[in-house]
Write a new protein. Structure first.
Length: 124
C-alpha cells in the first residue's frame, strides 16, 4: 500500500516537473519574427519583406510616405512589413527595396532617409 502511494506521488511530482518544462520551453524556442515571411510573397514585394527581415533596425529609422502613418498609426517603415500592409503598397515596397540597396552598398542611414524623402515625400 505504501509503495503504491509513493509511486503515485512520484508520478504527480514527475508530471508537475514535466509541465513546468513544457510551459517554459515554447516561450524561448521560436525566434521573434518582427515581420512577415518573405517566402509568402513574390517579386519586389518579396524583396521588400526580405529587407525588413534582414535590416529591421534600418526600416525602424525610416518614414513611410504612403499615408499609413496617419491612417494605420504606423510609426516607421518597419511597421508596414509587420502585416500584409506592405504587400499592397508600391510606396512601402519601393522605399524598402531602395533603402535595402543603399544600406547594403554602405550608404549612411541619414542619406537613405533624405533620398526616400526626395523620391517619395510630398512637398519635401
Ligand atoms: Zn506604409
Amino acid at each position: 500500500m505504501a509503495a503504491i502511494v509513493t509511486f503515485g506521488l512520484l508520478l504527480i511530482v514527475g508530471a508537475g516537473v514535466w509541465q513546468i518544462r513544457a510551459a517554459a520551453a515554447p516561450a524561448a524556442a521560436p525566434a521573434a519574427r518582427l515581420t512577415l515571411d518573405p517566402a509568402e510573397f513574390t517579386g519586389d514585394t518579396r524583396e521588400a519583406y526580405t529587407v525588413a527581415e534582414k535590416h529591421p533596425e534600418l526600416l525602424a529609422q525610416l518614414d513611410c510616405y504612403c499615408g499609413c502613418e496617419q491612417h494605420e498609426g504606423h510609426k516607421n517603415l518597419l511597421d508596414c512589413f509587420r502585416t500584409r500592409h506592405g504587400a499592397g503598397c508600391d510606396i512601402c515596397v519601393g522605399e524598402a527595396v531602395t533603402a535595402g540597396e543603399m544600406y547594403e552598398s554602405g550608404t549612411p542611414v541619414d542619406q537613405i532617409r533624405e533620398a526616400l524623402r526626395a523620391r517619395y515625400g510630398h512637398g519635401g
